[in-house]
Design a protein. Structure first.
Length: 88
């Protein structure tokens, strides 16, 4: 059931990104400026998108790494407690 909710969020976010890119492309196409300026703005949009994807990926990797460290520390503490209780 949780997977279904995650899938709905992924689809909703993907649709939002597609809609935003479409509207941004449309406004760029209809902008009353020369083609060089449109190209410059387009490159900025693409680079901003790439930066945002990388930012989210590295934040997610950092969170996963913190979770793994937390799990290892919890397992280590549990083992120490079991050994202490077993000796008494």
């Amino acid at each position: 059931m949780n997977s279904d909710y995650n899938q709905i969020y992924v689809i909703f976010n993907a649709a939002g990104v597609v809609a935003a890119l479409f509207l941004l492309s449309l406004s760029l196409w209809l902008a009353p400026v020369d083609i060089a300026t449109k190209g410059y703005w387009g490159m900025g949009i693409v680079l901003l998108m790439a930066s945002l994807v990388n930012f989210v990926k590295y934040r997610m990797d950092a969170r996963i790494q913190q979770d793994v460290v937390r799990q290892i520390e919890a397992a280590k503490n549990e083992k120490i407690l079991k050994e202490y209780v077993g000796n008494n």
